[in-house]
Design a binder for this molecule. Sequence first.
Ligand SMILES: [Zn+2]
Length: 317
Amino acid sequence: MFAVNKRCNMMKFGTYVFLPEKAEGFDFHLYRVKPEVGRRMPPQPDMYSNIAIFGDNVTARNHPDWISQSPLGPAWRTNNNFNVRWEVLCATQPEHREEQLDYIEDVARHSPGVWLNSIHFAEHGHCTCPRCNELWQKSGLSWLEWRRKEVTDYMAQVSERVRDRAKKKFVIGVLPDPLTNYERFGVNFDDLAPLTDEFLVVMFSKNYATPWYWEMLTRNFKKLFKDVPLNISLYVFGPGDDPREVPTARELLTVSVRMARAGVDNILYLAEGASQLRNFQKQAVEEVELRETLRSYGGKPVQEVLDFVKSWEKIVQ
Ligand SMILES: [Zn+2]
């Protein structure tokens, strides 16, 4: 087992970072070796590796003809018909698929495991490129079922590379839509469950002022994922952020506690690097009164979050 996971059978708390820096006081670390901007960084031997597959600005720039197509236009990040924050490639592009399989296996061999993002079609209505149309026609399946099969079959290949060949931990990341992931992205959770060790759901927001919704989403995903552990990542401080426009420590503490009581297995905190996480830890420790109030919010998992935050007292002094 990964050496920093000292606290077994309890909720674990991870960092999710753009820089290869391990903030003190967390159980594990997830490093963005290939984020959606497409930049590739060397994997670290003691940090899990996070890879975005089809969201890939660099590859889209080098191969503009690989961009995902739809009746509402291609998946360039400038296409406001969709919530695409980066360029998204066609999910059946064979050269990209093959190259990513080799890349992911190599990264898995040089780190404790691989956590994926952007595993699916860009959005509803994607992809209508000539290759996808031909593959769909040949499949004899409905459009949505064909897309589901493409995503599942490719994830089975990636899973085989990471789990069976590299023998490393494998985590599939999905977007925070419990009900229409299938229609929008071609993702079927039951198909993916046997292929992955755990799920990651990215729940990023510049504020968590309404924790009720996040708690509800946590319950939804716990129900859908059944026995597969649920990791949720929360937004702390992204690259280039204005400190006045990021979630407060109060919001992050509250939403963490409310996700804990709704059954989340592990929580990750996204930041550029260790210093932003240290600021968050310091601010969280200073919220003495709120931490005391939150003790009344629930049983063991809630107490685990608050005990964990308490353990930061000696780190940030
Ligand atoms: Zn296509």
